[in-house]
Design a protein around this ligand. Structure first.
Ligand code: KQY
Length: 366
């Protein structure tokens, strides 16, 4: 593996493909830390296994597990899913596995962003995060991909979504948050995204999902489903604080053209009724000196937008809500050639994210 310094993906003819383009495989990280995953992570591990199995129906899945959890992961996961021992601080492959870029010849390379646990010492969610930050390089070594060093720029994979045709979606609340790159102007951040994702147009949504502890990652509120088309998390309940947030995003999307000059087609994806953490769930979480403690009744950032697009299926969360079926129907209509699989994801949500946040696709080389 070569660490590329001195040139950018754009200069070398690389750009990030859309998630709906073909994948070589997918990376997940086995959950373990007892201050993120209630009751030692037993239920979370079962949910991760279901997600891994569903993705493995149409692509190669690699699960990273700690030395302590390796045997357990190997026992819980089927043989066709590869388990590798790799240390991490937690289990958010979307955010600190590499972002992969690809050129016209089909060569795939990684981008190694800086990771500081969603805000570092300003408002980050745990300390330290050194093992997470080291994963992108280790994974590029494992997958024999060269990697661009961009550790001087803090970015999580869940804070970007691309259409593969030059457009990138982000939220202002996340990318402009003081815990990321406070020394940079909005224009400088845009320029970095252009250089390292190979995009030309950045669409800035103002915000994300209410109470999303990532400073409102875009992958929980809005996602491309096809070039020129997005889903947006939506509620009709005007008394819900999420209403104004989704409305503000809709206003931007309705006024914005993508990199190809297309007016975006916006599909509303209903939200479940507010999902809150119970007293029993809170009791199952160990304390961490720097991670905000969850309190009973706290609203979790539940959203169906946090789905993964695998080669032949869509893996989406369910919350045991009447809107589960409706959201599934919307996604099935938007992805007629992929089977939509819904997995009960409350045990992932409690950790602070969902199915998209725990996965990272590797584009197919060709
Ligand atoms: O990308 C995500 N949604 C990850 C959030 C991690 C929160 C840590 N508790």
């Amino acid at each position: 593996m070569r660490i590329i310094k001195g040139t950018t993906p754009k200069q070398d003819g690389f750009c990030m493909p859309a998630e709906y383009e073909p994948h070589e495989g997918c990376i997940l990280i086995f959950p373990e830390r007892s201050d993120s995953w209630q009751y030692g992570g037993y239920a979370a591990r079962k949910a991760f296994v279901q997600v891994a199995e569903a993705i493995a129906r149409s692509e190669k899945v690699t699960v990273c597990a700690s030395a302590k959890q390796y045997d357990n992961a190997r026992a819980l996961l089927p043989e066709h899913i590869r388990v590798v021992e790799m240390s991490s601080n937690d289990s958010w492959a979307r955010d600190y596995a590499p972002t992969f870029v690809k050129n016209q010849a089909g060569e795939v390379r990684g981008v190694d962003w800086g990771f500081n646990a969603w805000g570092g010492l300003y408002d980050g969610l745990y300390f330290p995060w050194d093992m997470d930050n080291a994963m992108a390089r280790k994974l590029c070594d494992l997958f024999s991909k060269d990697i661009y060093n961009k550790r001087d720029f803090i970015l999580e994979g869940g804070s970007i979504h691309v259409d593969g045709e030059g457009t990138c979606l982000v939220t202002e609340n996340c990318l402009l948050s003081p815990g990321r790159n406070p020394q940079m102007t909005r224009e400088e951040i845009e320029e970095t995204l252009r250089e390292y994702l190979g995009v030309s147009t950045i669409v800035w949504l103002p915000c994300g999902i209410y109470n999303d502890e990532t400073n409102e990652h875009v992958d929980n509120i809005c996602a491309f489903t096809a070039p020129g088309e997005v889903v947006l998390a939506w509620t009709e309940d005007e008394t819900d604080p999420q209403y104004a947030m989704s409305r503000a995003c809709m206003d931007v999307l309705e006024q914005t053209a993508d990199a190809k000059g297309r007016k975006l087609k916006v599909h509303k994806l209903p939200l479940p009724k507010p999902v809150t953490i119970t007293e029993d769930e809170c009791e199952g979480l160990d304390a961490c000196h720097d991670e905000p403690t969850r309190t009973p009744g706290e609203r979790l950032a539940a959203s169906y937008v946090n789905f993964y697009i695998a080669n032949e299926n869509i893996i989406m969360p369910g919350f045991g809500d009447p809107a589960d079926a409706q959201a599934k129907e919307v996604l099935q209509g938007l992805f007629p050639d992929r089977e939509v699989v819904q997995i009960y994801a409350r045990d992932i949500l409690i950790g602070g994210g969902n199915i998209h946040c725990i996965t990272q696709q590797i584009p197919a080389s060709m």
